[in-house]
Design a protein around this ligand. Structure first.
Ligand SMILES: *[C@@H]1O[C@H](CO)[C@@H](O)[C@H](O)[C@H]1NC(C)=O
Ligand SMILES: [Cu+2]
Length: 661
């Protein structure tokens, strides 16, 4: 058994003190002992350094929304307080479970009172005049779900689920059914998207406001219920406004029986504590500029001028000799792709966006917003601590944003850290996978391009039935940037497209050909409407997506995984003629076995070509995953098939009525 697993977090309470009082009265009648037990039960909870009871924000919110006994059948699996969820288990074929989650969405703060005891001297240490907090000691001595969101040591308002940053890790097996009651305790609307899940049976559970459901109003609840139809490292996040930038995101890990896992022989451990969530971090709901990067919700404070607190680094413990599956999720918010590396260790990449690939060994991985990569780390170095390094590019480069976490070998000194090489200019040596501006033509000794990866799952040969050319653009105007797809700035429809689909086609949306038919040239005129791209069902669909701007855009298509068959850079002049160029001399497309993804970069003044078989009719969001881009119009909806082909949904649970039935 791995010690990380046995790290039963001690629920530290003042119960010891009270039980001491109890033993003094041991000669008294038993009822007093009973009273003591009752006192212990009441005192049990989160305490500050002096043992004083702290009511966290989540605790007070919880009181407003007591968890109901809402399970419809006894078969539903629910987590008991401070116990692992029963759905997190060794997966066995054909034994699906129904997994219940209670998710209260609420406002909260980083560095609130629940964090103050982290600052006790027993946890602090000093290197070259800089103060650190021993995260290993904290993990051993403080309760795991103590509602402390330390972040970068600065107070900031956040939005979270159940008091946690990042949000709770939902871990299930392929084929399980997830039932999640989302209770909106904020004074604004919300929705949750299950990124990586295809929602083939339940398109109305995709969590896109005004596309697949109505927003969950303030004070209301919504029950998500869907079958888990895609394995791997997935994640959940708010799909409303910029909320995921403020904390509304968490892992959704889907495992499968060892027999079905082609990489099972490559590693010994696949643990919750090796799931890494990285995000660029903003303070106090100002999404306009990332001021830091956080790894699992913590990291060094980057603001030089502010009152600094000791640094808390995220710890990742391994035992020498073990082979560990790491699952990394990048909740990229702003225009900030990141690279990741681990000092002195190779990363054997085995999967991306939940899709297995032939393993490739690299030393660095570039992540574009929403991407996930799984790699195996062989803990074969001398027993010590090693830096896990994350470095931001594009806008994050302007502020020299980087962040670190600790790969800790058991038995090494937890306070021995070499901080001398910590700087933005440090460049990890080795080969990079998925370089920014990836271009197969530019493949060299230092990089491996995404499309040279080979999928484990190879399709029958495929010729596209239909090819779409679609573009992403950020056009600078006097009044600021216009973010567009197909020269249209997406605006949310007032009606929810899926729910109102039978009330009259085309009434609520537009697209580039429809605008042209009306005599509007969107290249000249500012077109702002709900852009819906019509795609026939049961066809091999190809999309040539171009970026007509100086930055790469991470694009995400809901409802499908697609093959990435082409990627390249054409330059500013030629990119606007991509359709003619491709028709004259087809852009290079790779053969069978191209990697499967659900989120991928479109390089600056370049293109990415994707293919998928359109067998899941519905309204599927298709957008840039940079929050400020998509929320300002760099988005579209792919409407697959006709209304009659789309799955019906039970009215009470279809977003028409937003309360938990
Ligand atoms: C635009 O929408 C119309 C329906 O309003 C549809 O017939 C047409 O195929 C769409 N065009 C594109 C490019 O999706
Ligand atoms: Cu973008």
């Amino acid at each position: 058994m791995h010690p990380g697993k046995t790290h039963q977090k001690n629920i530290r309470t003042t119960s010891k003190y009270y039980s001491f009082l109890c033993t003094m009265k041991v000669n008294l009648v038993q009822t007093i002992v009973l009273m003591c037990i009752i006192i212990i039960a009441q005192i049990h909870g989160i305490q500050d350094a002096d043992g004083k009871r702290i009511i966290s924000k989540y605790e007070s919110v919880q009181k407003l929304y007591p968890q109901p006994a809402r399970t419809e059948t006894p078969e539903w699996r629910v987590a008991d307080k401070n116990m692992p969820h029963p759905c997190k288990r060794n997966c066995v074929e054909n034994q699906p479970m129904t997994c219940y989650y209670y998710m209260v969405v609420h406002y909260d703060d980083t560095m609130s009172d629940t964090c103050k005891r982290y600052l006790q001297s027993k946890y602090r240490f000093n290197i070259d005049g800089k103060e650190f907090i021993d995260s290993f000691k904290i993990a051993e001595q403080e309760p795991a779900n103590d509602d402390c969101k330390y972040a970068d040591g600065l107070e900031s308002q956040v939005m979270v689920v159940n008091g946690q940053l990042p949000g709770q890790s939902i871990e299930v097996c392929f084929g399980d059914t997830i039932v999640a009651d989302v209770i909106n305790s904020m004074h604004e609307t919300t929705t949750i998207h299950w990124h990586g899940i295809h929602q083939r049976l339940t398109p109305h559970m995709d969590g896109v406001p005004h596309v697949t459901q109505y927003p969950i109003e303030a004070g209301q609840a919504f029950r998500y219920r869907f079958q888990v139809d895609h394995v791997g490292t997935n994640w959940w996040h708010s799909h409303t406004a910029h909320q995921r930038a403020f904390g509304l995101a968490g892992p959704l890990i889907v495992r499968q029986p060892p027999k079905l896992n082609p990489h099972v022989h490559l590693y010994d451990f696949d643990l919750t504590e090796h799931v890494i969530v990285i995000q660029d971090w903003v303070h106090n709901f100002d999404e306009s500029v990332a001021e830091n990067i956080l790894i699992n919700g913590v990291g060094r404070n980057m603001k030089k001028d502010s009152k600094t607190r000791p640094t808390l680094y995220a710890p990742f413990t391994v035992i020498r000799g073990g082979r560990y599956r790491f699952r990394v999720i990048f909740n990229g918010v702003s225009n900030c792709p990141i690279s990741m590396s681990i000092d002195k260790h190779d990363l054997l990449v085995i999967s991306s966006d939940g899709n297995d690939i032939e393993p490739v060994e690299v030393q660095k991985i570039m992540f574009h917003g929403a991407e996930r990569y799984d790699f195996v780390l062989h803990a074969n170095q001398i027993i010590a601590n090693y830096w896990i390094r994350v470095k931001g590019y594009s806008f994050c480069e302007k502020n020299n944003l980087h962040q670190e976490a600790i790969l800790h070998y058991t038995d090494s000194d937890t306070q021995e850290l070499d901080t001398s090489s910590i700087s933005y200019t440090y460049d990890a040596p080795g080969i990079m996978l998925n370089e920014l501006g990836d271009d197969t033509a530019g493949d060299n000794a230092h990089s491996i391009s995404l499309i040279s990866l080979n999928a484990k799952d190879i399709e029958p040969s495929m010729t596209p039935d239909v090819t779409y050319y679609t573009s992403m653009a950020a056009v600078e105007m006097a009044e600021g940037f216009r973010f567009q797809m197909d020269d249209i700035s997406f605006s949310m429809p007032k009606m929810s497209l899926l729910q109102t689909r039978n009330l009259g086609i085309g009434q609520f949306f537009c697209n580039i050909s429809q605008q042209a038919a009306l005599g509007f040239n969107c290249k000249q005129r500012h077109c702002k409407c709900p852009n819906v791209i019509q795609v026939p069902s049961q066809k091999n669909v190809e999309m040539v997506i171009s970026s007509k701007s100086v930055t790469a855009h991470p694009v995400h298509l809901h409802g499908y995984t697609f093959r990435v068959v082409g990627m390249g850079v054409l330059g500013e002049e030629r990119i606007s003629q991509i359709e003619e160029i491709d028709q004259r001399t087809p852009l290079p497309r790779r053969g069978r076995g191209a990697p499967l993804k659900d989120s991928v970069q479109v390089p600056a003044f370049g293109y990415t070509i994707i293919r998928f078989y359109s067998d899941s009719p519905g309204y599927w969001m298709f957008h840039c995953h940079i929050s400020t881009h998509s929320e300002n119009g760099m988005a579209a909806v792919v409407r697959v098939g006709e209304n009659v082909e789309m799955k019906m949904c039970p009215v009470s649970n279809c977003g028409l009525c937003s309360s938990v039935a």
